[in-house]
Design a protein around this ligand. Structure first.
Ligand code: NDP
Length: 260
């Protein structure tokens, strides 16, 4: 008996085997979930690198579908949600594990970031959640759960996190507002605030290596989190085990967030 037996949902944001979305996906599959996936569309359809990377991971575990989706495009999101409805009818969970900021803007002081870089970062990292929730509302079963990924840099100034900190603040605020709006349908919306994990996105954050050392030295558990720990906590927030939790940002960071 798995926690996700009979439950269906969609995962956005697997790039490779290091992605946080992949860590959560493995736990969802282990609990019996039926899942559809998206990947960033490939520029050259003759060389479907993104599609192949995601398919190689999820198809052996029984993915129900793998389709392209650029979250900046309404038509892509519409097509994904049409696919979800065709495949599953109603769904029980959505995992949003997506963020992006142009390196030139991300590695500068916030006051130096460009208008275009700010808009792009907010669009991909924040509006994408809002756009997904709007489309998911009509097809979520009561008791359903939507989860996004955030970082402490959205609550406090973390050197090097810069523009992404602004995005995470807006993302966490979006979680609270949408949780209050979708709660009437019995749908929960939460954020998991993960400690640093070595992924492609993380490599774009200046001082990332320093962050790992800082957590190892000063977090209450004196170590960094493991991908498996983030995976299990993500699965928990998407499952009925977290039934009374909504509008929450849960820190899964070896306790680092309590340190002054
Ligand atoms: P990954 O790079 O593995 O995942 C980020 C995903 O976002 C990738 O799959 C990427 O696709 C996708 N993406 C970017 N732009 C678009 C777009 N326009 N349309 C569709 N997909 C897009 O890194 P993580 O697993 O680290 O990141 C997942 C989430 O976790 C992010 O929100 C991140 O901020 C958050 N987080 C990460 C932490 C860490 O230390 N790693 C700590 C706390 C939170 P592609 O790679 O194909 O471009």
């Amino acid at each position: 008996m798995g926690l996700f037996d009979g439950k269906k949902g969609v995962v956005f944001g697997i790039a490779n085997e290091r992605s946080i979305a992949w860590a959560i996906t493995q736990q969802l599959f282990a609990q019996g979930a039926e899942i559809g996936f998206t990947h960033l569309p490939d520029k050259d359809p003759e060389r479907p690198k993104n599609a192949n990377k995601v398919k190689k991971l999820v198809e052996p575990l029984g993915a129900k579908f793998v389709v392209p989706c650029d979250v900046q495009k309404d038509e892509d999101l519409d097509a994904v949600f049409a696919k979800i409805t065709e495949q599953f009818g109603k769904i029980d969970f959505v995992l949003h594990s997506i963020a992006f900021a142009p390196p030139a803007d991300l590695t500068q002081e916030v006051y130096k970031c460009s208008r275009a870089g700010f808009s792009l970062s907010m669009d991909i990292s924040v509006y994408s959640l809002i756009a997904m929730c709007g489309r998911a509302k009509a097809i979520m079963n009561p008791g359903g759960s939507i989860l996004t990924l955030t970082y402490l840099g959205g609550e406090k100034v973390i050197p090097g996190y810069n523009l992404m900190g602004l995005c995470k603040s807006a993302l966490e605020s979006s979680v609270e507002y949408i949780a209050s709006e979708m709660g009437a349908d019995g749908v929960r919306v939460n954020a998991l605030s993960a400690g640093p994990v070595r992924t492609i996105s993380a490599s774009g954050v200046g001082d990332f290596k320093k962050m790992l050392t800082l957590y190892e030295t000063f977090s209450p558990l004196r170590r960094n989190i493991t991908e498996e720990e983030v995976g299990k906590s993500g699965m928990f927030l998407l499952s009925d085990m977290s039934g009374g939790i909504t509008g929450e940002t849960l820190h899964v960071d070896c306790g680092y967030h309590v340190m002054g």
